[in-house]
Write a protein that binds this ligand. Structure first.
Ligand code: SF4
Length: 379
């Protein structure tokens, strides 16, 4: 699904964040008018900007316009977008989706072998934060959930807490799910600062890849990461922060998966949820595929043992990003349709499958690299 597009900007002198409307009679100070046809004449245009596919639109020299945009049909009334000075148009919030995420920064203090969004060392934090300051008040108050991802969101420093504080004020009924490596919370003052927000809608999803420090540190390519993450989890738990542990399934994690499950039960029993996640074929993964690839069909036993052990101890466990046909039937009750709609796809043979509606399918980019055992259920 298209989330970015670009056109030729006129009079855009600052980042614009606003709400899409296709109705020229219903414009307010946050509106961005999407014009399929001729731009109407306005005595006074109250909105922020006009975007259009037109090649040579009628231009009033006061209006902010982006024209010659190749595609706009991915946008709908109520979507929230940003327009950059260069005419880049990014979809920030899709009103008809449950899968909206704020990218906090592309910077990271780890460098995982299978990172889906490899870190970039550029200071994108002030710009992204200023965009989100404008965005958050426009998000519908009945929004169910928003994710915050990175990079590593805590590298925003004080702005991380400011962002959460704004979300809490503007969207008190929205669940916030932050993906963090948790290492920053090894410093108790970070955990205490989070705790002072008193934000019970906030859940932190933190990866733990092994029960043994050398394996975890190798996977995240960072010395002391295991120690910092575990200490961070304990600091957060001591302050009653809601926590989730995430485990990515690949050649480096599978051999110790059962031991990891036992480690989690023994040492991290306070986590609300444990998610076992299939590998994404994007980012660093294609480059490290020899070190990472194991067909999901071939780790059914290890996965089953880990999941059933934790579930048997009363822990809440899920399997993400894994088609039903590569799981034994007894594990289906743990499988979730976890892949965000804009990156979710199915193989041609899935159209024949009787479990299509229950199956979470694949990441779009995993159509190129997937289990060899994907077979449609016929009955
Ligand atoms: S064949 Fe396709 S729809 Fe059916 S279980 Fe497998 S991946 Fe899912």
């Amino acid at each position: 699904m298209l989330l970015r597009t670009k056109g030729i900007p006129i009079n855009i002198d600052d980042y614009i964040v606003g709400r899409i409307t296709t109705d020229p009679t219903n414009i307010d100070s946050h509106s961005i008018l999407l014009c399929e046809d001729e731009i109407p004449e306005f005595e006074y245009f109250k909105g922020l900007a006009i975007i259009t596919k037109q090649q040579e639109p009628r231009l009033d020299n006061k209006e902010k316009v982006v024209f010659k945009i190749p595609a706009l049909n991915h946008l709908t009334n109520g979507d929230l977008i940003s327009i950059g000075l260069d005419g880049n148009i990014s979809t920030l919030y899709r009103v008809n989706s449950y899968h909206n995420t704020l990218l906090a920064t592309e910077r990271c203090n780890s460098n995982c072998l299978m990172c889906s969004q490899p870190p970039k060392d550029k200071n994108d934090i002030p710009l992204l934060y200023s965009i989100y300051q404008k965005l958050i008040p426009l998000i519908p108050k009945d929004c169910i959930e928003i994710g915050i991802s990175g990079g590593e969101p805590t590298l925003m420093g004080q702005l991380f807490f400011e962002l959460l504080s704004q979300l809490k004020t503007e969207l008190p009924n929205t669940e916030i799910h932050v993906l963090t490596n948790g290492r920053s919370f090894a410093w108790i003052n970070m955990a205490e600062k989070l705790n002072r927000l008193g934000y019970n809608r906030l859940m932190l999803g933190i990866p733990v890849y092994a029960d043994y420090y050398q394996v975890h540190d190798y996977i995240v390519q960072t010395e002391n990461a295991f120690y910092q993450t575990i200490l961070g989890l304990h600091n957060l738990a001591s302050l009653s922060q809601r926590l989730e542990v995430r485990v990515v399934l690949h050649k480096q994690t599978i051999p110790r998966l059962t031991r990891l499950a036992k480690y989690i039960y023994k040492n991290l029993p306070f986590v609300e949820h444990v998610a076992f996640m299939g590998l994404e074929y994007i980012g660093y993964t294609p480059h490290n595929i020899q070190k990472l690839w194991i067909d999901p069909y071939d780790y059914q036993n290890e996965l089953g043992e880990a999941v059933e052990f934790l579930a048997g101890q009363g822990m809440h466990v899920s399997i993400y990003n894994t088609p039903l046909c590569v799981l034994p039937e007894r594990l289906w009750k743990f499988a979730r349709k976890s892949i965000s709609d804009w990156k979710n796809d199915y193989l041609p043979e899935c159209s024949l499958c009787t479990k299509l509606n229950e199956c979470g399918g694949l990441f779009t980019w995993n159509l190129k690299k997937h289990s060899e055992y994907i077979r449609p259920f016929i009955t």
